[in-house]
Design a protein around this ligand. Structure first.
Ligand code: IDP
Ligand code: MG
Length: 138
């Protein structure tokens, strides 16, 4: 069944001029881009988006990183989009991510890992609504 997930191209990948390469991989993997925009999150927005991690030791650093430059947010559609996008991204730590995955090819470490993906259908719905209104879906 077709589903949607939220992808974010993170500030490290934008700064390194990898935005186009990552979008091409998304398209080559068979995702449809239903919505997309570039924005720069405020600290309040990043804290809210990552609220589930607020007790973790890396929270402040993560918020600092995610607000250090613009991000590109995308609503991706495919069969099993949530799992398929996480597979294409690779594991969280870019140092462990195999070559051929986005995090393996474009990320640096456990924090600067090039992209975000929702971890469940439920969270995908919440995260898509965080960034996109109904009018923004094509
Ligand atoms: P995920 O992005 O693969 O779902 P999460 O555990 O949800 O991984 O962590 C959210 C983000 O927080 C990661 O993508 C990464 O940027 C950052 N992060 C996760 N674990 C660490 C860590 O141990 N140190 C620093 N940053 C981390
Ligand atoms: Mg996560």
């Amino acid at each position: 069944m077709s589903e949607m997930t939220l992808a974010i191209i993170k500030p490290d990948a934008i700064e390194a001029n990898n935005t186009g390469h990552i979008i091409q991989r998304i398209l080559d993997d068979g995702f449809k881009i239903r919505a997309m925009k570039m924005l720069r999150m405020s600290a309040t927005e990043a804290e809210s988006f990552y609220a589930v991690h607020r007790e973790r030791p890396f929270f402040a650093s993560l918020v600092h990183f995610m607000t250090s430059g613009p991000v590109v947010v995308l609503a991706l559609e495919k069969e099993n989009a949530v799992a398929e996008w996480r597979k294409l991204m690779g594991p969280t730590n870019s140092k462990d991510a195999p070559k051929g995955t986005i995090r393996g090819d474009f990320g640096t470490d456990v924090e600067r890992n090039a992209c975000h993906g929702s971890d469940s259908r439920e969270n995908a719905t919440i995260e898509l609504a965080f960034f996109f209104s109904k009018l923004e879906y094509c």
